[in-house]
Design a binder for this molecule. Structure first.
Ligand code: NDP
Length: 448
């Protein structure tokens, strides 16, 4: 039996980073992956999704361009061209991930990993053992058990549909639901977004969620809040007849459930190793990403900390540096910025207003809502909003939020300032770049 210093189970962002860096520190490493190297983000998540967001946004751009003098005739949108080109790029990235591992000297195995005992893993027919094991198996879409759920798809399947669904129901109000509702609506599919709560993006700043909700409705998404799907039937024409909680029936080509993701531990046979799970089925870890078994670690979505790719890579890198690099350090989960690639997108870092009030007590907020320069000579009514949340005692900016074009790009820079502990006075003292949307973050003088 081959013996390693480290076996990594799962070839997504966190696992690949940990394997590569550990090998760089001199460890003998094997990694196994049951699907394709790259993980959810690269293969069926962030990367292909962002391509679909770009595709969808052209619709609005073509329309707006006429106000800038362009005479454009749009003759349609070809879903299969997009899917084909997207697949080519994903294949390329998949190859890059495997090459990164190969070049780092990591042994690459194809197949799912299963514990035989606390040091031995079965991958296909092979049994391998290691001193240390890292679990980085990510998450898997959660689909509620309603009648006819087998006629719905998850985000795993949407990337491979052969035809564009010309009408669709998207269920959920989180990241994936609002992103795909925007994508399908932008591609001219008749799009219904069904959310069980009152306001989408629960957990985000209230005003941000409210603003986005208004904007997506303006763009034509049929948003139904306080509503859920109770049953789905397949019609003789192969369409989906969907019953909602208020008794409404809708018939569509596709039903996409984006109702959260669950830690992917089902096939690991964790019992054989004695690894404990938390209440949501996540692998419980301490700050060092160590499980209850001293030599078994876990990073990324499977630990249900912050389910974002850059967080998984941060955790994987910190693990490798600590365990094999003689450079002990902890992953820092504070002030992690994120973006929702809705249309318009949302960017956010730090605390929402209500979180800040709970944490700091006295809080000042600064909010601005306006039409960006680009839209002033078009008939595009999209409004951008920006918000700063400031701890009144220390003057520190503890939250920054935006809904509007380029929110992700803008918020990355703002996140650096907030991570560095910038105060509102620092924001005010920074000269804006004119004309830009981002400069508004430096010119918000009046408290709400
Ligand atoms: P989220 O947790 O963001 O949202 C799940 C949504 O589904 C919520 O609105 C929730 O409602 C709703 N929901 C849950 N259960 C049910 C049910 N039984 N019936 C109806 N609705 C239900 O999960 P996502 O699947 O959107 O994304 C998973 C994670 O992946 C995200 O949290 C994020 O960390 C990550 N991600 C990040 C992206 C990015 O960075 N741009 C993009 C995509 C995903 P309620 O609010 O009432 O709980």
């Amino acid at each position: 039996m081959q013996h390693y210093d480290l076996i990594v189970i799962g070839g997504g962002s966190g696992g690949v980073r940990a394997a590569r860096i550990s090998a760089g520190h001199g460890a003998k490493v094997a990694i196994c992956e049951e699907f394709r190297y790259g993980g959810t983000c690269v293969i069926r998540g962030c990367v292909p999704k962002k391509m679909m967001v770009y595709a969808a946004h052209y619709h609005e751009d073509f329309h707006d361009s006429q106000f800038y003098g362009w005479d454009v005739s749009v003759n349609g949108f070809d879903w299969s061209t997009l899917i084909r080109n997207k697949d080519t790029e994903i294949d390329r990235l998949n190859g890059i991930y495997e090459n990164l591992l190969k070049n780092a000297g990591v042994e690459i195995l194809h197949g799912s990993g299963q514990f035989i005992d606390a040091n031995t893993i079965q991958v296909g027919e092979q049994e391998i053992s290691a001193d240390k094991i890292l679990i980085a198996t990510g998450g898997t879409p959660f689909m509620p058990a309603i009648p006819g759920i087998e006629y719905a798809i998850s985000s795993n399947e949407i990337f491979h549909l052969e035809q564009q669904p010309m009408s669709a129901i998207v269920v959920g109000g989180g990241y994936i639901a609002v992103e795909f509702a925007g994508i399908l609506n932008g591609m001219n599919s008749d799009t219904h977004l069904i959310y069980r709560g009152e306001q989408i993006l629960r957990g985000f700043d209230d005003e941000v969620a409210k603003h986005l909700q208004e904007e997506i409705v303006k763009k034509g998404i049929d948003l139904r809040t306080d509503t859920n799907v109770t049953a789905i039937e397949l019609t003789s024409e192969g369409r989906r007849k969907v019953t909602l909680t208020d008794g409404t029936l809708l018939e569509v080509d596709c039903v996409l459930f984006a109702t959260g993701r669950a830690p992917n531990t089902g096939d690991l046979n964790l019992g054989a190793a004695g690894v404990e799970l938390g209440a949501k089925g996540e692998i419980r870890v301490n700050k060092e990403s160590q499980t209850n078994i001293e030599h078994i670690f876990a990073v990324g979505d499977v630990t249900d900390r912050i389910a974002l790719t850059p967080v998984a890579t941060m955790e994987g890198h910190a693990f490798a540096d600590t365990v094999f690099g003689n450079k002990p350090r902890l992953a820092d989960h504070s002030n992690v910025p994120s973006a929702v690639f809705s249309q318009p997108p949302v960017g956010s870092v730090g605390l929402s207003e209500s979180e800040a009030r709970n944490h700091y007590g006295e809080v000042d907020t600064y909010t601005s809502s306006f039409r960006v320069l680009k839209h002033t000579i078009t008939d595009n009514t999209e409004r951008t909003m920006m918000k700063l949340v400031v701890d009144a005692t220390s003057n520190k900016v503890v939250g920054a939020h935006m809904v509007g074009p380029d929110a992700a790009e803008i918020m990355q820079g703002i996140a650096i300032a907030i991570k560095a502990g910038a105060t509102k006075a620092d924001f005010d003292a920074t000269v804006g770049i004119h004309p830009s949307t981002a400069e508004e973050f430096c010119t918000m003088r009046n408290k709400d």
